[in-house]
Write a protein that binds this ligand. Structure first.
Ligand SMILES: [Fe+2]
Ligand SMILES: [Fe+2]
Length: 141
């Protein structure tokens, strides 16, 4: 069972490329949840953590670029929140690598699912009204 289900009605920010990224992030998070819950080997869990960190990096960069291009007034604040998330995810990866058994996995998932959902539903949703009517929604146009 997936930890989080993508829900376009609730989660769409009105820009297809970013919705696709968010869907992918949720998929990666669900996979991480799966491999930890099934107590997969260390390497598999490490890869899943790495996948989340690197995709989050990629996505935050894309999102920031679009927000910058569209002169989103809340960009600086949004960028700071991304940075805090990046640091937190990197820290979880480091802690886990250093000492896999000491990391309480339930806490990790509470945190990861919480921030991801809260970020998409809260912070990302704030730019919806700004970004969606602009060119970003139709990059080919
Ligand atoms: Fe964001
Ligand atoms: Fe986002």
């Amino acid at each position: 069972m997936a930890l989080i289900d993508w829900n376009p009605k609730k989660m769409s920010v009105g820009v297809e490329a970013l919705d696709n990224d968010h869907r992918k992030l949720i998929e990666i998070l669900n996979n991480l949840h799966d491999v930890v819950r099934n107590r997969r080997d260390r390497e598999t869990i490490g890869q899943a953590l790495h996948a989340l960190a690197s995709y989050a990096d990629y996505h935050f960069e894309c999102e920031e670029r679009l927000l910058k291009l569209s002169r989103y007034p809340g960009l600086a604040a949004h960028r700071e929140i991304h940075e805090a998330l990046r640091v937190r995810v990197a820290k979880i990866g480091e802690d886990w690598r250093r000492s896999p058994d000491s990391v309480v996995t339930a806490e990790i998932f509470d945190f990861l699912s919480d921030w991801l959902l809260r970020h998409i539903l809260g912070e990302d949703m704030k730019y919806k009204a700004h970004l969606a009517p602009r060119g970003a929604a139709r990059p080919e146009g």
